[in-house]
Design a protein around this ligand. Structure first.
Ligand SMILES: NC(=O)c1ccc[n+]([C@@H]2O[C@H](COP(=O)([O-])OP(=O)(O)OC[C@H]3O[C@@H](n4cnc5c(N)ncnc54)[C@H](O)[C@@H]3O)[C@@H](O)[C@H]2O)c1
Length: 348
């Protein structure tokens, strides 16, 4: 149940790249609030959380003393946080979320895991435009990875317009996240994933099993974002305008133009900074309208995926779906978009 103020009470477990963005995005919604965040670290990132006024909990019981000794004021351990929330959003590193799921279930708390976990952890995979309804009232769901979110968003738009037969994409993946690039990542090379299809194609089918999609992934030596190129067999002959209209029907696909000088990932990031987006985040799939080419019944296009940001609006919608507070995807998405400033790119 919600708190006395009627707001959905949220805990965020794991205050890293995704967790800190989820916490800030929740704080911007008028129907939900952050009860606290949990982590195991004692570094600058956690100090920032405290500065923002978030209550801090120890994710792992044994870390509570270490955190206290490091001078952090903690409000308890994870179980204490779980007792106070309606939904916990698990943003811990890959595979830890699966272990935490047992704990969430034991305490009867609804939960969301992120794309590092397998579909089986919750039995439901979430992208707002494709699978919101299936998550309504469930105990848990998994917000799929950044790449998979972009694949499902774009292919769902084509499918809705009756245009999609099959899609084949090459995904150029950023090597590591910017804040961790001093720790590792590749240089002077490109590294193809070791199987075709790469995991994102099958992962998209956990959201929508009808998608005929194959992906090939390549790791590239940069940190800003991913770049996808797609070749799509359409269900019929179509015009460029038909395909653009299909993409335009999604509020989370932003059409951008090379002719505006947005010719590379860094220029789009700079646009986000100039727009005053938090952390320069691009929540939309940024798809080049003037690059898009249609020949008879085939479409070819490319887009940018801001891996650190794209899953944030989906996570907010997943919260509303699990609680059953908002039963229609469109209504939740409109609320989320409004709170995060999605749909305001001047170039559209
Ligand atoms: N980074 C991305 O671009 C991205 C994009 C989409 C989805 N995801 C997914 O989101 C999830 C979180 O990824 P991230 O990039 O935010 O990770 P991250 O490493 O940046 O953050 C994870 C946080 O969890 C904390 N934590 C809490 N409990 C822990 C424990 N028991 N052991 C270790 N650390 C613990 C860490 O200290 C850290 O602050 C993963 O499932 C990942 O696959 C990441």
């Amino acid at each position: 149940m919600a708190g006395q103020d009627g707001k959905i009470r949220i805990g965020v477990n794991g205050y890293g790249v995704i967790g800190k963005r989820v916490a800030d995005a929740v704080a911007r919604q008028d129907d939900m609030k952050i009860v606290g965040i949990a982590d195991i670290e004692t570094d600058w990132r956690i100090k920032t959380a405290l500065q923002k006024g978030f209550k801090l909990f120890a994710s792992v019981d044994e870390r509570a003393d270490v955190m206290r000794k490091a001078g952090f004021e903690i409000s308890g351990v994870l179980d204490d946080l779980l007792r106070e929330v309606n939904v916990v959003v698990d943003c811990t590193p890959k595979r830890i979320g699966a272990k935490n799921a047992e704990r969430y279930r034991k305490l009867g708390v609804k939960f969301i895991v992120q794309g590092g976990e397998k579909h089986e952890v919750t039995g439901h995979s979430f992208v707002a435009e494709a699978s919101y309804l299936g998550a309504v009232g469930r105990d848990s769901t998994r917000v799929v990875s950044c790449n998979t979110t972009s694949v499902v968003r774009t292919l769902t738009a084509l499918k809705r317009a009756g245009l999609l037969r099959r899609a084949r994409g090459t995904l150029m993946r950023r090597a590591t996240d910017p804040w961790e690039s001093h720790k590792g990542g590749i240089m002077n090379t490109l590294v193809p994933e070791d199987e075709i299809p790469s995991h994102q194609g099958p992962d998209a089918q956990t959201v929508d099993p009808e998608l005929d999609v194959v992906t090939i992934a390549v790791k590239v030596p940069e940190t800003l974002a991913h770049l996808h190129t797609w070749s799509v067999q359409l269900a019929r002959k179509a015009s460029k305008e038909d395909v653009i209209e299909a993409f335009r029907s999604s509020s989370r696909v932003a059409l951008i133009r090379m002719s505006d000088g947005l010719t590379a990932l860094n220029t789009i990031k700079e646009l986000m900074a100039d727009m005053g987006r938090p952390r320069d985040d691009l929540y939309e799939v940024a798809l080049w309208e003037d690059l898009l080419t249609v020949r008879s019944d085939e479409a070819f296009y490319a887009y940018m995926v801001d891996n650190q940001a794209i899953v944030i609006p989906e996570t907010i919608d997943a919260i509303r779906a699990l609680t059953g507070r908002t039963r229609e995807a469109d209504i939740s998405m409109a609320k989320t978009n409004d709170a995060l400033g999605i749909g305001t790119l001047f170039v559209q």
